[in-house]
Ligand binder design. Sequence first.
Ligand code: GLU
Length: 511
Amino acid sequence: MQNLRVRFAPSPTGALHIGGVRTALYNYLLAKKMGGTFILRIEDTDQARYVPGAEDYIIEALRWFGIMPEEGPGIGGDYGPYRQSERKSMYGKYAQQLLDAGRAYYAFDSAEELQAQRSAFEARKEVFKYDNNTRSSMNNSLTLSADEVKSRIERGDDYTVRLKIPKDETLRINDLVRGEVNFQSNELDDKIILKSDGMPTYHLANIVDDHYMKISHVIRGEEWLPSTAHHVYLYRFLEWEDTMPEFAHLPLILKPTGKGKLGKRDGNKFGIPVFPLSWKGETEEDSFTGFREFGFDPKAVLNFLAFLGWNPGTEQEVFTLDELIKAFSVEKIGKSGARFDFDKAKWFNQQYIIASSNEDLAEVVRPLVKEKGYEVSDEFLVAFCGLMKERVNFYTDFVETGYYFFEPIREYDAKMVRKKWKTEKRPVFETMREDLLNLDDYSGLAVETCIKSFMEKHELGFGAVLPILRLGVSGTMKGPSVFDMMSLLGKEEVNARLAKAYDAFDGAQAT
Ligand code: GLU
């Protein structure tokens, strides 16, 4: 078998949607599994939709996920250039070849003429399609005389080149996910393959490039399935059908509600990320928070994405990238749409955080801590991560929910304070503070022993003492083991916090 070569071929029209990352991932997994090559090709033939920064975004996202292509723009490879705009000169001759073979034709219809047709069809509640039915009533090289066509071209009239889809054929395509898919040629439109500006459309460029880049498998979103019929005709007419790649169309990613396709606006609507990295668009509406900035681990996102449309057929859910490579197979890709279940993404992230070493977590959390302007030692940070890791969903939670490890308590849980604090008990709690201050060893265990003997001495239960300690050192009832927390904060800090808290509790009690 020829070498397996797959490509991820995004168009740089804005931030890369998370569905695009899933496509890249499946391509990557297959390439790695089969010892093949994963290629990045930038499909930027549509100049009108080109968005500066989008290509950098794509590469940065792939790098963040650690699924870098082996060939691509800025990476190199034997089949470059990998940006279609730099391959411009390659496509025209194939349009010409198709014209010469009678498989394509010139179309001179102006935008107004096309619009007039559309309106006329609409009036009859029909949809206009430029196809083997309507082409005979349009201005093209099939209806105009050869001389007329020649003179129009010579005088520089605008034209496009359209693919001439044959009449009355059934086209059978074998899709690795969907099995045999049939298309009736009469239902296919005569797609434009060369635009009036001389640029190829996606369809032509995609086929020429896949051929030249020796792509063996095309793995892409289901939305491209209808175009595949045109693509197969292009392969056939260019006489490349014997080396045509295999196709695998991935199921749709559905909205969190399970209804309809996940769109880029759904992120802002549901308050969840649907892009890998944050993106600052022209407008507020066009700006999004990414999975990265939301506090996700890229490995967890990949694990989550792998399961959006694929399933190993076992109970295992948490996979490293290497395990995914081993387990992945195109046969196990599903046909039905996969719901974008954000809670599941969150769950994967928690699993990764819990499984990470405290040292590795500290590496990730350090920049977040710095960003907030906190100064702490490495030792402190590592211990802090250890205490917090079972209590967070996202990396950002470390500094947000655990802020009190770095700065004074912002507020005390008023309801709990009212419930647990009694001003007349303050003298007893002052002795607890003193007992703690007298400790030499301030390990979690020593603190715990000290508190327990205080409780015994004053005949107080856990329910009377622990909430006071917890509220006093962190302000909240949620958080890691109170003794370990105290140990990490240190004797002086705890002492100061308790003193301050008692005053605040008294104040709250008085109101
Ligand atoms: N440029 C297309 C896109 O933006 C690529 C589709 C394909 O993989 O053929 O999704």
